[in-house]
Design a protein around this ligand. Structure first.
Ligand code: SAH
Length: 276
């Protein structure tokens, strides 16, 4: 993870075009879910993914991370990866030939079927990332993630490689690296054994299309605020009912879109009363 930063100056003539395995000395379990990341900034990884549960799982080889530095695929002495937009306008665009060559390298040894190995470009124009997508990605053998920079990538490369575009949300980031980390985090926590307590993914937000109920812990009274009595009652069935009712109330209020979909699935009237 702490490889020497590469110099992109005159002396860097031997940069490897092979994916760099960020595992280092880490073991890799056979068939471990693998994220291959094409980026101008490999040093951004594993970033926060190296911490806590995702980091521990990475160390244990439950999933793997490989970066492919886009720079060595660049053109000429300066390894240029971008050029001015056709038709004019501000900024620079990542070249199709450069990105294409990096994607060819990323494809080595991966299945061509996008269900088994999706190829994703992080992009504000993409479908917004959601829990359903994270489940789909977790079921694949791995994923290739293309991180854009500047004004993005030449459209032809997206067409040629059948790239799926995924967005982190309706805002514009400076590059795809943070979005890639968010996608990987949401995905690897669904891989068995990555989270110590498997039950926690079944109860949390979106697992049944609802936002999660409020959570409390000690102290029992804080700044005069108490914990709802029911949670201290020890009555598990009533606690479960309360949590579901709170999740429904919260979802109806904050996310009418999720609420309508939930009601449709459960044959409920979205304008009806909650059961509490
Ligand atoms: N000109 C582009 C934005 C480029 S931002 C446009 O208007 O659509 C530079 C890079 O940041 C993009 O190529 C993409 O990889 C990444 N990025 C920016 N916003 C993002 C978002 N909401 N979700 C995922 N990736 C994003």
């Amino acid at each position: 993870m702490t490889d020497k930063p590469k110099s992109h100056g005159r002396l860097s003539i031997s940069a490897s075009l092979q994916p760099r395995d960020l595992m280092g000395a880490r073991p890799r379990l056979k068939g471990a879910w693998t994220a291959r990341i094409v980026t101008l900034f490999p040093e951004a990884f594993p970033g926060t993914l190296g911490l806590s549960l995702t980091g521990k799982a990475l160390d244990q080889g439950l999933w793997a991370l490989e970066t492919i530095d886009l720079r060595p695929f660049g053109e000429g002495r300066h390894k240029n990866v971008d050029d001015t937009p056709a038709g004019g306008g501000a900024g620079m665009v990542l070249r199709a030939d450069v990105v294409g060559a990096a994607l060819d390298t990323a494809a080595i040894g991966t299945p061509a079927d996008p269900a088994r190995w999706p190829v994703v470009y992080l992009s504000p124009r993409g479908r917004p990332l959601d829990q359903g997508m994270a489940h789909r990605f977790a079921q694949a053998e791995g994923i290739t993630l293309l991180c854009g920079r500047f004004e993005g990538v030449d459209e032809r490369v997206l067409e040629e490689y059948g790239v799926e575009e995924v967005s982190l949300g309706d805002f514009v980031l400076t590059g795809g690296e943070i979005a890639a980390q968010a996608l990987i985090d949401a995905t690897v926590r669904l891989i068995p054994r990555v989270l110590g307590n498997q039950a926690s993914t079944e109860e949390e937000s979106f697992s049944d299309g609802l936002l999660e109920h409020p959570q409390y812990t000690r102290p029992a009274v804080w700044k005069g605020r108490t914990i709802p009595d029911i949670l201290l009652s020890g009555h598990h069935a009533k606690i479960a009912d309360w949590r579901r009712a709170m999740a429904e109330r919260l979802t109806k209020k904050r996310r009418p879109d999720l609420w309508r979909a939930y009601c449709e699935r459960h044959g409920r009237d979205p304008d009806g009363d909650q059961e509490l």
